[in-house]
Design a protein around this ligand. Sequence first.
Ligand code: AMP
Length: 139
Amino acid sequence: MSAAGTIFSKIIAGEIPCQCVYEDERVFAFLDIAPLSHGHVLVLPKEAKAFLHELSDESAAAIGRALPRICRAVLAATGATSYNVLQNNGSAAHQAVMHVHFHIIPMTTAGGLGIAWKPVHLASDEAVALATKIREALQ
Ligand code: AMP
């Protein structure tokens, strides 16, 4: 799905203001306007795709290279030592802006990402079948 025309494409193009913290040929990062904690940053590929699985290898590699660097800078700037990296795909998974983006969310005493982590049961025969299916899909 193309993400052209989202608010993030307009931010990358400089048509809407932001507090930019990083930019290279393929990656852009800026402060979240409604932060969950001090230092909440969004990191996105310039490529206008809605979902992570749609990204080109070039954008994926560029994001992979930039993300840890930006995490280090956020930790250095805020003094935080723990953080979450969150990446939502699809409105059912809480994605509001349909342009791939990674949240860097420092965990502080004043705020951070709340997670409802509720594991479901996975039987061993189901696990074998599922892992086989995923391996096959990767070929
Ligand atoms: P998601 O729910 O993963 O799609 O997150 C979208 C994020 O974009 C939210 O955390 C918003 O606060 C943030 N956001 C939306 N508009 C802007 C904007 N103009 N500048 C900075 N962050 C924004």
